[in-house]
Design a protein around this ligand. Structure first.
Ligand SMILES: [Zn+2]
Length: 336
């Protein structure tokens, strides 16, 4: 087996993934304590994480995009759309996700002229990891709450309970409870000897090559899904699999489970999902990136981290540096 050597433990590895480094105590034990929640909401330590039309409030700073949190006196009627969702505490502040209406959005931007409501997926390419995690957590719950406004059994309206972490059907005869949904997906860097396999999906941005990935189907283990997806996407057979780390990916509701896998051989082929699959040695990848023949996924993604771990193990260098030197994703996304 020649799977890349991994010298740090899994918790540390996962926390390097953007969106996974959030350090909030989620205060699960207080979600149903309405008296406690009301006190926290009205305290000076409350901070609102506003979402407007599924977009997050961010401001430009010297160190990149930073999250903007609102103090209680900066948002009138925080429950005008629905009750604030308790996210947790960092030991100093209590964070609540709030949905804001158009009027509130205008007021917020008028008092925070440097801020704007942005697509987190694009903005997070260049933001502080801790705050990316708080915003991702808020966005994921917000998405679930809005996509499950009605009961899946009887069609009646659902209401939010447990400080935003549970939906209950308003029809007393039904009363169905539902909880935030996450869609597990596998994502894998396949290697063979000194090369890694990257694929290109025709729907991706121009020149993007990345790791293979796919959703886990009902009745499958993560390992089953991985073996199936790698063959479906690249016609590659595997002889070894190793779990690496995971990442919440709220676009819209995935949990990415990252692996390294070793192929039986270099045999591979294009498929319906991948118009091109290619093996790259470190030198070949360097050349392809430098000549802008290949554009890797942004470092915010676990896909990039899986490739970067392999790269470091192969040549001792940081792939981040190599990609940044090539100009890369920041300029092409219009962020810088
Ligand atoms: Zn119902």
């Amino acid at each position: 087996m020649s799977l890349p050597d991994l010298s740090i433990d899994r918790i540390t590895r996962s926390r390097r993934n953007v969106f996974a480094s959030v350090r909030l105590d989620r205060l699960v034990e207080y979600r149903d304590d309405s008296e406690w929640v009301d006190q926290a909401l009205s305290s000076d330590s409350a901070r609102f994480v506003p979402l407007w039309r599924n977009r997050s409030l961010l401001a430009n700073s010297d160190s990149g995009q930073v999250a903007v949190y609102l103090k209680p006196d900066e948002l009138q009627q925080p429950d005008s759309i629905q009750v604030p969702t308790l996210l947790g505490t960092d030991g100093k502040r209590y964070f609540f996700a709030v949905s804001v209406n158009d009027r509130q959005q205008e007021d917020i931007l008028a008092t925070h002229p440097q801020a704007s409501f942005l697509d987190l997926r694009l903005a997070s390419v260049d933001m502080d990891a801790k705050h990316a995690g708080v915003l991702a957590y808020a966005k994921a719950l917000h998405y679930w709450q809005y996509r499950h406004a009605f009961c899946g059994i009887c069609g009646s309206a659902n209401r939010l309970e447990s400080s935003g972490h549970k939906l209950v059907c308003n029809n007393e005869e039904c009363g169905r409870q539902s909880f935030p949904r996450i869609d597990p997906a596998i994502i894998v860097l396949v290697t063979h000897e000194n090369a890694c396999l990257l694929g290109r999906n025709a729907n991706w941005p121009e020149k993007r090559f990345s790791t293979l990935a796919g959703f886990v189907e009902p009745g499958e283990s993560l390992e089953d899904a991985l073996v199936r997806e790698v063959f479906e996407e690249a016609q590659v057979k595997l002889k070894g699999i190793r779990y690496v780390s995971s990442q919440p990916w709220p676009f819209p509701a995935s949990a990415m489970c990252g692996f390294h896998a070793e192929a039986e051989s270099r045999q591979c082929g294009a498929t319906e999902e991948m118009e091109e699959v290619r093996w790259f040695s470190v030198d070949e990848l360097n050349t392809a990136v430098a000549q802008d023949e290949v554009r890797l996924p942004p470092p915010v993604s676990i896909a990039f981290r899986l490739i970067a771990d392999w790269y470091k193990q192969q040549c001792g260098e940081d792939l981040d540096t190599q990609v940044r030197n090539a100009g890369s994703w920041l300029s092409r996304k219009g962020i810088k």
